[in-house]
Design a protein around this ligand. Structure first.
Ligand SMILES: CC(C)(COP(=O)(O)OP(=O)(O)OC[C@H]1O[C@@H](n2cnc3c(N)ncnc32)[C@H](O)[C@@H]1OP(=O)(O)O)[C@@H](O)C(=O)NCCC(=O)NCCS
Length: 142
């Protein structure tokens, strides 16, 4: 099931986040994020185990996806899609624009986001040091 991250999930989310980015636990303060009304973390949990998470900031009119990660052995089971579905179904109805950056060579993530209506709008050169990023966006018609 997909739900909001709780205090007791923090350790598991750090572990997953570090697999995505080795500096995750150094740069993210998840306890503080729990108190922050703009940053949301949704987790996919099964039998007490966190198998994936999505982190994003949500302002009045925009959402920026910061991270999405699914444990390698649980991929291709629509866990990321479930996380995105929950983000869409719980977001404020005033949100008009969604954005994210993704490594240009990350075909699986690009394909996932395209399935959810995101388009490549810009290339951010050397965004990841060695690698360009695509800025992807989706406008929501109201
Ligand atoms: C990208 C990622 C989150 C996808 O998670 P997932 O749970 O396997 O994704 P889903 O099962 O919901 O897949 C949904 C769609 O995404 C795309 N997709 C997912 N994995 C893919 C792959 N290996 N190759 C191509 N497309 C892929 C497909 O369009 C897929 O739809 P389909 O199953 O109908 O073909 C996962 O591969 C991951 O954690 N990668 C490492 C972290 C990462 O790169 N995060 C994104 C940048 S922050």
């Amino acid at each position: 099931m997909v739900r909001s991250m709780q205090l007791e999930d923090i350790e598991q989310v750090y572990r997953l986040g570090n697999l995505l980015n080795k500096n995750f636990s150094k740069t993210m303060n998840l306890a503080q994020i729990l108190e922050d009304s703009f940053t949301r973390v949704l987790v996919y949990e099964k039998n007490g185990k966190i198998l994936g998470f999505i982190m994003y900031t949500e302002l009045e009119e925009s959402i920026d996806i910061l991270n999405i990660y699914v444990k390698e052995e649980y991929r291709h089971q629509k866990i990321a899609s479930n996380l995105l579905d929950m983000m869409f179904s719980t977001m404020k109805d005033t949100v008009k624009l969604m954005t994210l950056e993704v490594r240009k060579d990350n075909k699986s993530a690009i394909s996932l986001y395209q399935k959810f209506g995101f388009e490549i709008v810009h290339v951010r050169r050397k965004y990841y040091g060695d690698m360009d990023a695509y800025l992807m966006g989706r406008r929501l018609e109201k």
